[in-house]
Design a binder for this molecule. Structure first.
Ligand code: ADP
Ligand code: ASP
Ligand code: MG
Length: 425
């Protein structure tokens, strides 16, 4: 008997019909002789709607109350799913994150899992029931409050449960057939990837491919959890996220493509500290101030200083949500930093090409730059890792940049990808 964790995203449980369809899949898996634990997201765009509602009530909602509000979304879907399964003749019990033992840090909106104590989930399995766990939420022992793991966090709930329970497989069911070479909502010629290394998946998720929550991929890699990303709307096999140290899942030696996928995102902003004296210690001072705001810095560029003034510009990117805090902190230190001006630009996008094959192949950056140049797209910043090249472009050119790169790197498929549901919100 295998233990399978199945996670269903919001668009897979958007209405009563979808909940019945998902329940049927869970019942079939159970009746095939497996133990089943389910992590479920809030129905459809519920989380966004709750956020909109909160914003209508007050401009800056208290983080504790916001978490209380958002976790209600997953409570609705878990209860509906459990009662539907019971109606189909199987035992099922739903649990909040707290009941399921998802112990987290206390930062509201971005809590990290510190322990998983799924005693009640185990008991439910021992009684022959299917356990349905509310995704994306936990409980902090320090603050004794309900927390959330950050947007998209239900994937991480599923992986953490799979690791704690020693599951044989963690299936992530969503509204597309798996992980594609890029977002199939943007490029219809995106190609489904049959198997991808956890390392490449990490880079894609970190660069904006929201098909998997970044922390879910990290957690799965650290705990050796095998992931299968697939559609809840079809029976097609999806994408296996695997660890090459354990061999390729298909057993064959595969030649690595140079580029595995392309990801993009718009929710970063560029901060430029202009006219900074080019003397040792200035960069340290700037980034110490930024670090105190807890903003997540990504790319950093320092220009060559002007010969006559010996002043330079330092630019970096931060998530849009951190932008205001960073600008206020730098502005407050204007005198000691001695900069001439401060610019904030949130009309930027980050586009990243990822592939483990880059390690052994040359000319990838040249091809990337030439392709964007030929499409008339200006590159404003560049950063690289061993298996990724990221560039910053204007936000309104992001989709075009992804399309031309997808074609240039030979990733276009002959057939159109299917997007089964969801609003892409
Ligand atoms: P769920 O609600 O099931 O968690 P998400 O909306 O979080 O679903 O993630 C699935 C979506 O991720 C897809 O509908 C697709 O638009 C988007 N996506 C972005 N990049 C990729 C990619 N490389 N492969 C597949 N889907 C992607
Ligand atoms: N419902 C949450 C969100 O929309 C968590 C998730 O779906 O993974 O972000
Ligand atoms: Mg998701």
């Amino acid at each position: 008997m295998a233990l399978i964790v199945q996670k269903f995203g919001g668009s897979s449980v958007a209405d009563a019909e979808s909940i019945k369809r998902v329940a049927k899949r869970i019942v079939d898996t159970r009746r095939a002789g497996n133990d089943v634990v389910v992590a479920v997201s809030a129905m459809g765009d519920t989380t966004d709607e709750l956020l909109d509602l909160a914003a209508e009530c007050t401009p800056i909602p208290a983080p504790r109350e916001l978490d209380m509000l958002l976790t209600a979304g997953e409570r609705i879907s878990m209860a509906l799913l459990a009662m539907t399964i019971k109606g189909m003749g199987l035992e099922a019990l739903s649990f909040t994150g707290s009941q399921a033992g998802m112990i987290t840090t206390s930062e509201h909106g971005s809590a990290k899992i510190v322990d998983v104590t799924p005693g009640r989930v185990r008991e439910a399995l021992d009684q022959g029931a299917v356990a349905i766990v509310a995704g994306f939420q936990g409980f902090s022992r320090t603050s004794r409050d309900i927390t959330t793991l950050g947007r998209g966090g239900s994937d991480t709930t599923a992986v953490a449960l799979a690791a704690a329970l020693g599951a044989d497989m963690c299936e992530i069911y969503t509204d597309v057939d798996g992980v594609f070479t890029t977002d199939p909502r943007v490029v219809s010629k995106a190609r489904k990837i049959d198997a991808i290394t956890a390392e490449e998946m990490l880079e894609l998720a970190a660069s904006g491919a929201k098909v998997l929550h970044l922390r879910a991929v990290e957690y799965a890699r650290r705990h050796g959890v095998a992931l299968h990303v697939r559609s809840s709307f079809s029976n097609e096999p999806g994408t296996i996220v695997y660890d090459p140290a354990k061999g390729h899942p298909k057993g064959e030696q595969v030649e690595e493509p140079v580029i595995t996928g392309i990801a993009a995102e718009k929710d970063e902003a560029k901060v430029t500290v202009g006219g900074v004296p080019d003397v040792p210690g200035k960069a340290a001072q700037i980034f110490e101030i930024v670090a105190k705001t807890n903003a997540n810095i990504d790319m950093i560029v320092q220009n060559v200083s002007a010969a006559d003034t010996n002043r330079t510009d330092i630019s970096f990117t931060v998530p849009v949500g951190d932008g205001r805090r960073v600008i206020e902190a730098l502005e407050a230190e204007r005198e000691s930093l001695e900069f001439e001006n401060l610019q904030y630009d949130d009309q930027i996008a980050k586009v990243a090409v990822v592939g483990a094959g880059m390690r052994t192949s040359t000319g990838v950056s040249a091809q990337l730059f030439r392709t964007l140049f030929e499409a008339g797209i200006n590159i404003e910043m560049i950063s690289t890792s061993e298996i990724r090249i990221s560039v910053v472009t204007r936000a309104d050119l992001m989709d075009q940049a992804v399309r031309v790169l997808h074609t240039a790197f030979g990733l276009d498929s002959d057939t159109d990808a299917t997007v089964y549901a969801g609003t892409g919100r």
